[in-house]
Design a protein around this ligand. Sequence first.
Ligand SMILES: Nc1ncnc2c1ncn2[C@@H]1O[C@H](COP(=O)(O)OP(=O)(O)OP(=O)(O)O)[C@@H](O)[C@H]1O
Ligand SMILES: [Mg+2]
Length: 279
Amino acid sequence: MTQTPRTTPTRKPRTADDAPAISIRNLSKSFGTNEVLKDISLEVGTGEVVCVIGPSGSGKSTLLRCVDMLEIPTSGTVFVGADEMTHPDVDLDRVRRRIGMVFQSFNLFPHLTVMQNLSIAQTKVLRRGKSEAQQVARRNLERVGMGHKENDFPAQLSGGQQQRVAIARSLAMDPELMLFDEPTSALDPELVGEVLAVMKSLAAEGMTMMIVTHEMAFAREVAHRVVFMDGGYIVEEGPPAEVIGDPKEARTKSFLHRVLNPLVIEPDELTDEGVRDYT
Ligand SMILES: Nc1ncnc2c1ncn2[C@@H]1O[C@H](COP(=O)(O)OP(=O)(O)OP(=O)(O)O)[C@@H](O)[C@H]1O
Ligand SMILES: [Mg+2]
C-alpha cells in the first residue's frame, strides 16, 4: 500500500487575548429523564479543526446542536467567541450568523436554483444587494468546484454536488466557524471523497471547524484534535495520532476496532436498531 504524505492544515496563530472560537463548560443536556450529555467541557481554538467521533447515540449531534442552541443545554455554559449562547439576554440570531452549519441532509430549497439557494439568505439576512450576493455566491461555488452549476436545481445534482452547494451556501454567509454533522453519511461511497476534499481545503485555509464524522482516515489527516464520545461523556481527546492511532481507553479501542473492521461484529453487538454501518 502506498502512503500519501500527510499535510498538516495551517492554523492561524493565536494571540493571548483571543477568546476560543467555542468554549463549552460543564455542559449537561437531558431529554426528560435521559441525560445524554454529562458534564462536557471542550474548547475549540480559532483555526482549529476538531473531529468528534463515537458510537450512535453517544450525544455527538446533541453536543453540536448545543453550540448554536438548536438544543438548549440543561446546565452549563456555551460561548461562541466572547458571546455566551446560554445567557438569557444573548441575541441568538446575531451570533448564529457567524456560524455555518452543515447537516447530513443537504436542506437545499428544491424549488430554487443553486444561485438562488446561495443568494436568498444573503439578501434577506445580511441585506446584501442582488449583484453583491451573486458575486459572493459565485466565488463560493468556485471554492467548492460547483461554479458551472449555478442555474441547476438541486434535483439535477448528485448528492455530493448538493452537499458541496450546501457548504458553499454556508460559506456565502462569511461564517467564522463551521459545524458539520456527518456531512458525508447520506452519500454513496464514491461521492464521499469530493465533499471531504472541500472540507480539507477549508481546513487548510484556517477555517475553524467542529466536525462529527465517521470518516476516520479524514479525521486522522485533517483534525488537529479528535474527541471520542461515549454515553454522553468525552472519554478521550487529543491529537489524531493518539486518539485514533494509539487510543488509551478501552472504549475508544473497541469503537475503533468496530469502525475499522466493520465485518467483525459479534452477534451480541446487535441491537433492536441493528448495527451501525460504518463503512
Ligand atoms: N430531540 C430529542 N428528544 C429526545 N431524545 C433525543 C433527542 N435528540 C436526541 N435524543 C437522544 O439523545 C441521545 C443522543 O443522541 P444524538 O443524536 O446526540 O447521538 P449521536 O451520537 O449524534 O448518534 P448518531 O451517530 O446516531 O447520529 C440518544 O439517546 C437520542 O435518542
Ligand atoms: Mg448524530
